[in-house]
Write a protein that binds this ligand. Structure first.
Ligand code: NAD
Length: 482
């Protein structure tokens, strides 16, 4: 089964920071893959806009090299690569002065979708928004795409929202959380709301608890300065894990439409209880010569590279079902998984020897996107009734054909959604603020108490206290498997 490609209308996409790491590693390869898939062919142009140092040919050379690494498969078709590169242009421009903006204005075509992607540091978000308006570049079909981090706390997020709102309406602002663009995240909604099987069980009567793990094996190389100011709570928990929690916990929206979905997510964030200090574990990775403090060059840093916590969504559906969330750097494997842990059967007709068996629905985001349901069956063979848990594997490749083995990268979907004008998978301003309103007191509490993160070994599953967090509740984390 080959997925249907719906072509998009001609567009102008300006990537501020087009020479930077994110643009070269993610955004431009994603655009190239969509180009090769036939999603946009005619009449679209992409303009890299960044500080001096390139002309259009130099920019194309830079992109060609990046694509060879980050879209190697598609690059095998040389004519497609060259055809894509011909649609690229470059404007040297300064985000904080008026230098170069006249050149940009002349390149843009009237009457078509015009998207400005802010792939630059957050200090430039406001100045760019101001200049886009000051140079008369806003049309009814204009959108802006804002990368994370969206603020550092509630105050800064509110200030940024207000700055953007002074120039753009909310339906023109696309705040990216690339986790929302992942195939499995959307599949989570399909599984929940497209099947009768799960939804009746999706509540505290049948779900014992939920685990959300976003584990990274990499450290913070290249982002030391930013990371030491942010930490895992701001960098991952406030956005990515919070968004996953919302999608798991939200009520069914009336329709799959941007505001209906985002209204339901917002209700979840607002229903979150404040987190008790003894329900949070912070950690910092250690390693000979390569521990967190050495890496950031600050022997006294108390920034966490790991955080685990127990959250409660106080509403009718989830009262009594805890959500355990954890994320960290330099862990044993790269693995993002949501595990919905169902309750044990109320009574075992097979006796105590059969052991405890509970269903687990695992939604794997990376690597190997897919969904598995662990069910209990009889162990094959003669003799007694021995029970064993086996996975019912919803492998995309097996079910839908090998061409679906390699689902589109999150950026492919999200950038095309911007062009189409679909905001469903983007965060609304009030959602981001609500997430900070929940996060801020946690961070303030650490600061007030002078909290110091617990050390953990690089390559481990995190600090021992995170195991205790679960053990105290008679539960345990599922393994972190690649
Ligand atoms: P980068 O430092 O590699 O690139 C920054 C880009 O901004 C460069 O093209 C540079 O020329 C341009 N720039 C800097 N100052 C400018 C100015 N005054 N005027 C015009 N252009 C200017 O940064 P990056 O890693 O690509 O990150 C860009 C944004 O994306 C940041 O907000 C970052 O937090 C976010 N982000 C990055 C990643 C990633 O994997 N790199 C992931 C998620 C979010």
């Amino acid at each position: 089964m080959v997925s249907r490609v719906i072509p998009v209308d001609p567009f102008d996409l300006v990537i501020f920071g087009g020479t930077g790491d994110l643009a070269q590693r993610k955004i431009l390869p994603a655009l190239f893959r969509r180009f090769c898939a036939g999603q946009w062919v005619d009449g679209a142009q992409i303009i890299g806009a960044a500080r001096k140092g390139y002309d259009s040919d130099g920019f194309r050379d830079l992109v060609r090299e990046s694509l060879k690494t980050h879209a190697a498969k598609q690059c095998q078709e040389v004519s497609a690569l060259e055809s894509f590169l011909r649609r690229l242009d470059y404007v040297a421009l300064d985000g904080v002065s008026d230098e170069g903006w006249g050149h940009l204005a002349r390149r843009l075509k009237p009457g078509r979708v015009r998207a400005f992607y802010f792939s630059v540091g957050p200090r430039l978000f406001g100045p760019l928004a101001e200049r886009i308006e000051a140079h008369g570049l806003i049309t009814p079909l204009t959108r802006i795409v804002v990368e994370k981090p969206f603020g550092h706390d509630l105050d800064s997020a509110q200030a940024l929202n207000a700055t953007l709102a002074a120039h753009f309406s909310e339906n023109q602002i696309y705040r990216i959380d690339h986790y929302l663009g992942k195939e499995t995240v959307q599949n989570l909604m399909a599984v929940r709301f497209g099947n009768m099987l799960f939804e009746p069980l999706w509540n505290s009567q049948y779900v014992d608890h939920i685990q959300i793990t976003v584990a990274e094996s990499v450290g913070i190389d290249g982002r030391e300065e930013y990371y030491d100011r942010a930490g895992a709570m701001r960098d991952m928990m406030q956005n990515h894990l919070m968004q996953l929690l919302c999608l798991i916990a939200m009520e069914p929206p009336a329709k799959f439409d941007p505001d209906a979905v985002r209204d339901e997510k917002l209700k979840v964030i607002r229903a979150l209880d404040p987190v008790e200090p003894h329900h949070i574990v912070r950690g910092q990775f250690e390693g000979e010569g390569s521990g967190y403090r050495q890496v950031v060059g600050n022997e006294r840093s108390t920034t966490e590279s790991y955080v685990a916590l127990r959250a409660h969504v106080s509403n009718w559906r989830w009262a009594g079902t805890p959500f355990y969330l954890r994320t960290g750097k330099r862990l044993v494997a790269r693995s993002s998984v949501i595990n919905v842990m169902f309750k044990d059967a109320p009574h075992s007709i097979f006796g105590a020897d059969a052991g405890r068996h509970a269903n687990v629905l695992s939604i794997r985001l990376q690597p190997n996107e897919g969904i598995t349901l662990k069910v209990t069956i009889k162990e094959p063979g003669p003799g007694g009734m021995r029970l064993v848990d086996v996975p019912l594997d919803m492998s995309f490749a097996e079910a839908l054909g090998p061409e679906n083995q390699d689902p589109p990268d999150a950026y492919e979907r999200l950038v095309m959604d911007v062009i189409r004008g679909n905001q469903t998978l983007f965060m609304r301003g009030d959602e981001v603020e609500a997430a900070w309103a929940w996060t801020d007191p946690i961070i303030a509490g650490w600061q007030a108490r002078g909290d110091v993160p617990k050390p953990y070994d690089s390559g481990s599953t995190g600090p021992g206290d995170a195991e205790l967090l679960m053990k105290r509740d008679g539960r345990r984390w599922q393994g972190i498997n690649p």
